[in-house]
Design a protein around this ligand. Structure first.
Ligand SMILES: Cc1ncc(COP(=O)(O)O)c(C=O)c1O
Length: 334
């Protein structure tokens, strides 16, 4: 594969170990399920976020940023990955993280431990304040500017048009991977803020127009992601004149698997994570990949033929978040 994937591709800084490899699951399912190991994009930088950060951090570098600011949930994989990408490129980081009570921040475990270890400045906010996250990001940028620094703001999840190039590139990689799998194939992924989906859908338009790409949303609902993913795709199409036209019919959302809510696990989801680990030696996480995989299992058991001969499930990372789950610890003891 040549290094550039498209003549409109924006500059990229190499952060991820690419291409990622694959694994056929032994975990019993009615069709073959192949995992793309995007949890192996790095160690500190593991998961899907690092692919988006390759483009976002290239822009930060071009602007000679001294600080990177972003936001997320308390165990945000994206915030941790951004803080590490910043440190690896010689920048400082500020993370706006939401929690139940900023006066009593959550324990320093999982991603938070890594955020602390790498020296990120953490600004704790309430769930109510989260609604104003874009204003809060702008305020932090202003604070840093007033102190003589050059901040660069990465949006929630790295999910904007520029970040979506990370998964346009991943789709180019997938086209090579999928050539070796029994057809037809459906690509299934966990959807949280929409950027991964937008990139995959744009990438499919460009490189694999007949490939089905389907999301299992781990929060919100189908209508929300039709809007969010549609908007990111349109921004990218306009900004780089891609010549594609993503419509609602391209955005395939397998809704109905959010379960108890974002970052809340049901015992059967946790049991699936444990069982995949025991059959295959692979760790899914409770918030994203485990929930999405559990949703995929439910869909396949209801209708084994609905995705074709093979499912290519994107393992988008999240393991550090698993370290913070007391419920996963409890079910692992059984
Ligand atoms: C491990 C993991 N998988 C999947 C996702 C979802 O990706 P996106 O936010 O691009 O929808 C995220 C982040 O939200 C994540 O951390």
């Amino acid at each position: 594969m040549s290094d550039r994937i498209h003549d409109r591709e924006p500059p990229r800084v190499r952060l991820a170990n690419l291409p990622t490899r694959g694994h056929f699951l032994r975990y019993p399912l009615p069709v073959k399920v192949w995992l793309k190991r995007d949890d192996h994009t790095g160690s500190e930088l593991m998961g899907n976020k690092v692919r988006k950060l390759e483009y976002l951090m290239a822009e930060a570098q071009a602007q000679q940023a001294t600080h990177v600011i972003t936001c997320g949930g308390e165990q945000s994989n994206h915030a941790r990955a951004t803080a590490f990408a910043a440190a690896q490129l010689g920048m400082a980081s500020v993370l706006i993280l939401r929690c139940d009570d900023p006066a009593h921040p959550p324990a320093t475990t999982g991603n938070i431990l890594l955020d602390r270890l790498v020296g990120a400045e953490i600004v704790w906010i309430t769930r109510a304040a989260w609604r104003d996250r874009n204003r809060l990001l702008a305020e932090q940028a202003e604070r840093l500017r007033a102190a003589g620094h050059r901040p660069y703001v990465v949006p929630e999840g790295g999910s904007n048009a520029l970040g979506s190039w990370g998964y346009i590139r991943a789709m180019r990689e997938l086209v090579d991977d999928l050539a070796a799998l029994p057809a037809p194939v459906t690509v299934v992924y966990a959807c949280g803020s929409g950027g991964t989906g937008a990139g995959l859908i744009l990438g499919a338009k460009l490189f694999a127009p007949h490939l089905r790409v389907a999301a299992v949303n781990v929060c919100d609902d189908r209508a929300y992601f039709l809007d969010v993913i549609g908007r990111i795709c349109r921004d990218a199409e306009d900004r780089w004149q891609l010549g594609t036209k993503v419509t609602a019919s391209d955005i395939d959302i397998l809704d109905g698997h959010v379960g108890a809510g974002y970052a809340k696990s049901r015992p059967d989801e946790l049991a699936t994570i444990r069982d995949v680990c025991r059959s295959d030696g692979i760790v899914l996480d409770p918030v994203y990949t485990g929930k999405a995989f559990h949703g995929l299992v439910a869909e396949l058991r209801a209708d084994p033929k609905r995705f074709g001969a093979t499912v290519a499930f994107l393992h988008t990372g999240g393991m550090f978040g698993a370290f913070a789950s007391a419920e996963l610890a409890a079910i692992s003891a059984r």
